[in-house]
Ligand binder design. Structure first.
Ligand code: DC
Length: 231
């Protein structure tokens, strides 16, 4: 049996990270963890508890409430992947709105939030055999990951993909607002003090601007097989 490794996939928002990472995990029979969903879950909690007033997040109150936030994952056989739960409630659909997207970068800037989620992520990866996607997986969560990938794509391409997804699920949004959100999240994710999104020198670059999902998947599988071989 081949050795199990840790695969860290980081990159900009809406690059197709989650889809590619999920497919790769299925192929390798590895566990897949979408860490963005965890930051989104904390953001949904903040929204529900009215911790955002006129667009401003009450980070003190959120930090004080952290012990009340329990995030977990459970397998959904319809989608063949794990759904995220907040205090026992399946919130997979509720966390994908533009409302959550527009505050999540602010929530993800808070060090106490990051420390709590990173600890849980490291525990989930203890046994290896994991594909995890996010912004700080190769740099902070699993600095020793055997394979690190950095995914990106032109902002216009990413906004168009995200817009299509949101419209398909019935959300009333404009392409312009989605593009603004993509650009703003890039800015906050890359410039925050704690664990900013960085392209590590050892990470393999996957620019999906002009690639089909199939091409992305094939390349990831090749890289994963090489890394498993070397491990
Ligand atoms: O991957 P996503 O778009 O669902 O992530 C949502 C937000 O969470 C993103 O804007 C940045 C933040 N995030 C983070 O800071 N660190 C991670 N490991 C994953 C996501």
């Amino acid at each position: 049996m081949s050795k199990k490794i840790t695969i860290a996939i980081d990159g900009h928002s809406s690059t197709g990270k989650s889809t590619a990472a999920k497919q790769l995990a299925v192929k390798l029979k590895y566990v897949y963890v979408d860490t963005g969903a965890m930051y989104r879950a904390v953001s949904l909690y903040a929204l529900r508890e009215n911790l955002i007033v006129s667009g401003n997040l009450d980070s003190k109150k959120l930090v004080a409430s952290l012990s009340k936030i329990k995030i977990s994952f459970a397998y959904n056989k319809e989608t063949d992947s794990a759904d995220v739960y907040l205090n026992g409630e399946n919130i997979e659909k509720q966390i994908r709105t533009l409302e959550v997207s527009s505050i999540v970068s602010k929530v993800a800037e808070i060090s106490e939030v990051r420390a709590k989620l990173v600890e849980q992520q490291q525990a989930m990866g203890e046994e290896k055999g994991i594909v995890m996607d996010g912004r700080d997986i190769g740099s902070v969560v699993f600095p020793d990951a055997e394979l690190k990938v950095f995914m990106t794509a032109a902002p216009e391409v990413r906004a168009q993909r995200r817009y299509k997804e949101l419209v398909e699920r019935g959300d009333d949004v404009s392409l312009d607002d989605v593009l603004k959100n993509v650009v703003e999240r890039d800015r906050i994710d890359s410039s925050r003090e704690d664990s900013p999104l960085v392209q590590l020198p050892e990470a393999k670059l996957l620019d999906t601007s002009k690639m089909t999902r199939e091409e992305q998947f094939d390349l990831l599988v090749t890289w994963a097989e090489e890394a498993i071989e070397k491990a």
